[in-house]
Design a binder for this molecule. Structure first.
Ligand SMILES: NC(=O)c1ccc[n+]([C@@H]2O[C@H](COP(=O)([O-])OP(=O)(O)OC[C@H]3O[C@@H](n4cnc5c(N)ncnc54)[C@H](OP(=O)(O)O)[C@@H]3O)[C@@H](O)[C@H]2O)c1
Length: 317
């Protein structure tokens, strides 16, 4: 099968299209999916660059796993003996390492049936970013109706889902983005929008129950004065590179406010919920760009720019 692979860590140009072995169902609870679409995440960018902590998992000097991609949408082509939830021909979406390829073989517990009003591209845009936003707001921030929630990095993959999900939980949402994204973010439903090039929200005197730093650009200390007495600061950066977790610990000890580093946990029940919200038209992925698989280098360049509006997806079929 055809796949986007990388044999060395580096810039987007290390990505190439190659013929590799098609995966097969070895475990009985796995599903073989013919991939129609897959999204490109900052995760792919970090692994391709060989950011040091990723090398511990994927090889110190060169990548052990050469196919990137963690989100998938496609059609079930075969099922293992113990698979009960899916049949051949079903349209499914979910999480699977190696999705920048024509086939993947995930466990059934990481996928779900596609929402009936979704394209393959939209479904592929959801798993990682939408589950991240959902778990951060619901499980870590425990957002409830009436809470004041600020989303920093609101125009990105995680951020644009977070706006919609915080609204679904009944929160009053403040979104922070740059000038060119203000109207777009307002259209997603945010009650208030702050242009970070004009104003730093930490100086405006307002307080929030939850601050979700969806792009890992702020520190807990800088946000302390903007949190309510029991407010929670959540950062999404998986590796939290600039600011040591000790800062989070000290901050939590010296004040009643909490700081949490959130790592998304892929699972099928959240996929089901996200699918239902999409069917109820409460959630809609926005796809900024769709690249064919053979333009994988351009797709990586786009993600690396850090300016993505919504999501970037690959069309693989
Ligand atoms: N913890 C987890 O499990 C998990 C899961 C998924 C993602 N993540 C992490 O979460 C982060 C965000 O992911 P993502 O997919 O949302 O990224 P993304 O889509 O690439 O984010 C792009 C957005 O970031 C905004 N941005 C860039 N610099 C900014 C700044 N200085 N201040 C405010 N906004 C800024 C940009 O908006 P403007 O152009 O308006 O500046 C752009 O819309 C990444 O670090 C990723 O690795 C973590």
């Amino acid at each position: 099968m055809k796949a986007a692979i990388f044999k060395a860590y580096g810039s987007p140009e290390v990505m190439e299209i190659s013929e590799v072995d098609k995966p097969s169902i070895k475990d009985e609870d796995r599903v073989l999916i013919r991939v129609v679409s897959a999204s490109v995440n900052q995760y792919d960018n970090l692994f391709r660059k060989g950011y040091f902590p990723t090398r511990i998992e994927n090889g110190l000097t060169k990548p052990k796993t050469q196919i990137l991609g963690i989100d998938v949408a496609g059609t079930v082509e075969a099922i293992g003996e113990n698979v009960t939830k899916f049949k051949v021909g079903d349209s499914v979406f979910g999480s699977c390492v190696g999705s920048h390829a024509e086939y993947v073989c995930p466990r059934q517990s990481f996928i779900s049936l596609m929402p009936n009003n979704s394209t393959f591209e939209e479904a592929a845009a959801m798993p990682c970013a939408a589950q991240t936003a959902l778990q951060a707001l619901r499980d870590v921030g425990k957002v409830k109706a009436g809470d004041k929630v600020l989303i920093y990095g609101a125009s990105g993959g995680v951020g644009h889902f977070a706006i919609q999900l915080a609204l679904h939980f009944g929160a009053e949402v403040t979104a922070v983005c740059s000038t060119s994204n203000i109207e777009w973010v307002k259209n997603l439903g945010a009650h208030h929008v702050i242009d970070y090039t004009q104003e730093d929200f930490v100086h405006n005197g307002k307080k929030y129950d939850v601050i979700l730093d969806a792009v890992g650009k702020r520190t807990f200390f800088s946000c302390l004065r903007s949190l309510t007495e029991k407010g929670v600061y959540i950062t999404e950066h998986p590796l939290y590179p600039k600011y040591h977790p000790i800062q989070l610990m000290i901050g939590s000890i010296i004040s009643s406010k909490k700081a949490k580093i959130h790592l998304a946990k892929p699972n099928d029940s959240d996929l089901v919920l996200l699918g239902e919200l999409m069917e109820q038209e409460k959630l809609r992925p926005v796809i900024e760009k769709c690249f064919p698989l053979n333009e994988i280098v351009e797709a990586h360049r786009h993600i690396e720019s850090g300016r993505t509006k919504g999501k970037v997806v690959l069309k693989i079929e």
